[in-house]
Design a protein around this ligand. Structure first.
Ligand code: A3P
Length: 360
């Protein structure tokens, strides 16, 4: 069976179809019925629900798709990212991106309206804009840009992202150049940081409930449902084993770089210098010891550009009351199973184990 529309241009099609139907009626017990295409599509998608969502491919990688692209897209010199920082949120992803961009051979996408530097593409609000839009965000990349990086910090725990991302950027696993970076922070710190983030954005639930109250509610509690969305956004990205395992369904361990978020926060020069080596970036004319500096007032490392120190904005590295010991131990118990699973997974695939995970 070929694509129905092709028959419209084929003078033999009517004859072929007509006789095929007569043949089937005469020689088989098949009961042929006319069904509206819409009804047929409903039947089909009920049977194959996963096919309802469109998957954008790299249209430059296929000759037929290439011919259908708009004239504005020149596949000959197409620039697509070969490094994706996938998150999770509140682990230092913005600092990592800003540090990487200091290197002369690294560039990133243009700022996206409405979502700052984040593309929010694979599984996000911009996915419907398609391949042409995605590739157009990297047009400024020059030939000396060995690394083109995109960062969207909620890719990490979005269940559809690994599939969509690998379909476009890693087809048939031939693009071994593509690397995925995830930052692995203590999930307790991450959850608490997200809670504080929402509180400072005046989220009605975060301002009404203390973290102790929010995280100790149980199903059946009258306020459980109304607070559940915030609680899940705090807690779920920290189920690292589950999320990393899903990425491993689509990418071999050699394409995934896991960074210890605490080591990165305390000693970014060492982590970044190692990252340059892992990404095969030149180190002869660039190192982080001369491009980063600790700023005591900020309490974090900041970049040095043309002699000027530039720290990330106030929303990164916020000042808030440290997490209480009791809440930390409560959340440690909550995450114990997830952390043990992560430790097992990291050992199985020979990833480095972050210091904070060694006690599990
Ligand atoms: P807090 O604001 O809770 O301290 P992301 O960019 O992924 O959203 O992460 C924000 C977190 O990055 C901050 O959370 C902060 O702890 C951490 N971070 C690590 N290095 C940093 C740096 N050099 N400057 C600012 N924040 C940094």
């Amino acid at each position: 069976m070929t694509h129905q529309q092709n028959y419209g241009h084929d003078r033999l099609a009517h004859y072929t179809f007509h006789n095929e139907v007569l043949f089937l009626k005469c020689w088989t017990n098949l009961n042929l019925k006319w069904v509206e295409p819409e009804k047929l599509s409903q039947l089909y998608f009920n049977r194959f629900p996963q096919e309802q969502n469109m998957i954008h491919l790299n249209r430059c990688a296929d000759d037929r798709h290439r011919k259908m692209l708009s004239v504005n897209v020149t596949c000959d010199n197409i620039k697509l990212p070969n490094l994706i920082i996938v998150g999770p949120q509140k682990t230092g992803t913005s600092a990592l991106l800003s540090f990487l961009k200091l290197h002369p051979n690294v560039t990133s996408n243009l700022n996206v309206e409405g979502s700052f530097e984040e593309m929010q593409f694979f599984g996000g609000t911009n996915y419907k804009k398609g391949f042409e839009w995605y590739q157009s965000q990297f047009l400024q990349a020059a030939d000396n840009h060995q690394i083109i990086v995109e960062k969207t910090a909620n890719y990490f725990d979005n269940p559809v992202t690994p599939h969509l991302l690998s379909s476009m950027l890693n087809p048939d696993s031939k693009n071994h150049e593509l690397k995925i970076i995830a930052m692995i922070a203590d999930p307790v710190d991450r959850a608490y940081s997200w809670y504080q983030h929402m509180r400072s954005h005046n989220d009605s639930i975060a301002t009404k409930y203390s973290p102790e109250k929010l995280f100790s509610m149980l199903p059946g509690d009258p306020e459980y449902e109304v607070t559940n969305r915030l609680r899940q956004r705090c807690l779920k990205p920290g189920f690292y084993a589950e999320h990393v395992d899903r990425w491993l369904d689509y990418f071999p361990p050699s394409q995934i770089i896991l960074i210890d978020a605490k080591a990165f926060r305390l000693n970014p020069t060492q982590i970044m210098d190692q990252l340059l080596i892992d990404l095969n970036l030149p180190t002869s004319n660039f190192n982080y010891a001369t491009n980063l500096r600790y700023v005591p007032e900020k309490g974090f490392y900041c970049t040095i550009k043309k002699g000027k120190t530039k720290c990330l904005g106030a929303s990164k590295g916020r000042k808030y009351i440290p997490i209480s010991d009791s809440l930390r131990s409560q959340l440690n118990s909550y995450y114990a199973g997830h952390n043990r699973a992560l430790l097992k997974l990291l050992n199985r695939y020979k990833f480095n184990v972050p210091g904070w995970l060694l006690n599990f």
